[in-house]
Design a protein around this ligand. Structure first.
Ligand code: SF4
Length: 386
């Protein structure tokens, strides 16, 4: 793909995502761009990012002198790298971009690799939010998911982050496991609540094409995740966590007041962002660009002075409208209803009467039962409004 200057800028980029592609083992259900490696290739990763950053800077994506508001290092498993990795990444991005007093710098960790020294190294670098992939606190579920950590390690990771001085923590939990997998969802919610972290992300298991999980289902070795238990567990979590003071502010996310994920919020509000690393996406309305998915191809591009970018698209006004509806309805900010056409208004009133949505303060918002039908409702609304 050719390199060109950014057209139609939509404001300065203040959010960056960096993909760390290495995991010590691939989990049974995972379809992310992951390379299995015991420690990760930190030097190769930094070199490749440096190359991409140089190209992005040349394009004029960043505004000189503008500090970032959010930086999210996801994966993969960023905690696989040695403790100095975030300091090195910070140096590469440029400390002047990371000097803002209100920078939210999140890094993702897996419990088994968030050691004391990694947590301390991250805190020293300026990481001030850690998202920990706990998934479950129960041994059978963890084994079935092929996670590398044991049932106690989620709590240990939380303790290590706190000892290092990072208290803005999020835990990921996975629900909707197939019948036959021994797992008590209510007890996992209890365990998460007991840790008193300010943010929780809950993801329903899905069998993505090409994963070992999808193959096992096709071959009849594993039963498909069950729609009814998926629904029950999602609604149970929503009711339970909101009764404990968390806001269900996005379909998969819950936060105590003041602890919403600002990076994700920026993406849901269509703010421009840059994604660095293999498989990362960048967005600057109306253009979206994505990087080479494969780590080796991405690294090779950097070594050969080639383009790390795979492709890009320009959103048509229709696509942009659909995306606005989708992004709006997945959060509790909803979509404005001022310009709803009669067919769309009738549709929405039907949702409200079924309890799947609310209309208040000039906005349409989905309820948890509505969120279970999110994709379907977005398309229906777009057609009615179109
Ligand atoms: S730790 Fe996360 S990114 Fe790595 S293989 Fe497991 S699910 Fe995928």
């Amino acid at each position: 793909m050719s390199l060109k200057k950014v057209a139609s800028p939509s404001g300065p980029v203040r959010s960056v995502y960096v993909h760390a592609p290495f995991c010590a083992r691939r989990c049974f259900y995972c379809d992310f761009a992951v390379t299995v490696s015991r420690e990760g290739d930190l030097a190769g990763w930094l070199r490749a990012l440096e190359w991409e950053l140089k190209l992005v800077d040349e394009e004029g994506y960043f505004s000189p002198g503008k500090e970032l508001k959010t930086l999210f290092v996801g994966g993969g498993t960023p905690s696989l790298f040695d403790p100095g990795a975030m300091t090195a990444l910070g140096r590469l991005l440029g400390r002047d971009r990371l000097n803002g007093a209100d920078l939210e710098w999140t890094a993702e960790a897996n419990p088994e690799s968030l050691t004391r020294s990694v947590a301390q190294g991250w805190a020293q670098a300026g990481v001030n939010r850690v998202s920990i992939g706990v998934q479950s606190f129960q041994p059978h579920a963890l084994r079935w998911l092929e996670r590398l950590h044991g049932p106690e390690e989620g709590a240990t990771a939380v303790e290590r982050a706190r000892e290092a001085g990072i208290s803005n923590l999020s835990l990921d939990l996975i629900f909707g496991l197939p019948e036959g997998v021994e797992r008590d969802w209510g007890r996992d919610l209890d365990s998460a609540l007991a840790l008193k972290v300010p943010h929780l992300s809950l993801y329903g298991l899905s069998a993505e094409k090409g994963t070992p999980l999808a193959r096992a289902i096709e071959e009849g070795e594993v039963s498909s995740p069950h729609d009814e238990s998926y629904r029950e567990q999602f609604l149970e979590a929503s009711a339970r966590l909101t009764s404990e003071g968390y806001r269900h502010y996005e379909v998969s996310n819950f936060a105590l007041p003041g602890f919403e994920a600002r990076h994700n919020r920026a993406c849901w509000e269509s703010a421009p962002y840059v994604g660095l690393g293999n498989s990362a996406h960048s967005f600057r309305a109306p253009r979206r660009r994505w990087n080479l998915r494969d780590w080796k191809a991405y690294r090779m591009a950097s070594l050969e002075g080639g383009s790390p970018w795979d492709s890009e698209e320009e959103l048509s006004p229709e696509d942009a409208r659909l995306e606005r509806i989708w992004l709006g309805l997945r959060t509790d900010r909803g979509v404005r209803t001022g310009d709803l056409k009669p067919a769309a208004r009738a549709l929405v009133e039907g949702w409200v009467s079924k309890g799947d949505a609310t209309l208040a303060d000039g906005a349409l918002r989905l309820t948890p039962t509505g969120w279970l039908l999110l994709d379907h409702m977005v398309v229906e609304l777009d057609l009615a409004q179109g």
